[in-house]
Design a protein around this ligand. Structure first.
Ligand code: SAM
Length: 172
């Protein structure tokens, strides 16, 4: 199975802490292997790794990287999620059948135009403006065709699905 890694660019420490943390948590829950943050923000890294330590899996976070260096040195395919791109409906099959590991780049505010040229695919999850979190979740689900929803994490904390209420098992 190919690896999917998220590259988060444009993170602003004061404004984006919460959404970047949620991007990392969604990426982990929905089948990505790790997240590279093109900024320095130890707090985001700590919050995500705290969830990993309690809920399991081997998701990783690396921060403080220059996005250009990450994209150039990536040994695989690069998808940039943008409302200006080609519809996911038109390219999902091609992306799925590419055997290479996948780097999925998501932005914050304005994305440098250079990135559009560096990506193998500029992919739109509708051509309407919304959010990196929503775009990433839909993209991961379509690329993995729902398989990510069956994944288990083998963590210290496990949730037992219930129709009502909460059932939590905590291993000591
Ligand atoms: N106008 C901005 C730009 O330069 O693309 C949009 C910024 S948006 C608030 C932040 C990020 O969300 C974008 O960089 C992109 O990764 C993602 N995003 C927002 N809408 C999207 C869409 N319809 N399809 C794919 N990605 C989207």
């Amino acid at each position: 199975m190919k690896q999917i890694v998220i590259l988060r660019i444009g993170h602003r420490k004061e404004r984006d802490k919460r959404i970047t943390t949620h991007v990392g948590l969604a990426a982990r829950a929905l089948g990505a292997s790790g997240m590279i943050l093109a900024a320095e923000d130890p707090e985001v890294e700590e919050r995500i790794m705290d969830v990993v330590s309690r809920f399991g899996g081997d998701f990783w976070v690396r921060s403080g990287c220059r996005w250009q260096d990450v994209v150039r040195s990536w040994d695989g395919a690069v998808v940039h999620l943008t409302m200006y791109g080609e519809s996911i409906l038109d390219v999902e099959k091609e992306i799925r059948s590419d055997p290479r590991d996948l780097l999925v780049v998501i932005g914050a505010e304005k994305v440098p135009s250079e990135l559009y040229r560096m990506a193998d695919w500029n992919v739109a999850i509708t051509n309407q403006p919304h959010s990196e979190l929503a775009a990433l979740a839909v993209f991961l689900d379509r690329i993995q065709q729902g398989r990510e929803l069956m994944r288990t994490f083998d963590g210290k904390i496990r949730i037992i699905p219930t129709k009502m209420g909460k059932r939590v098992v905590i291993d000591e």
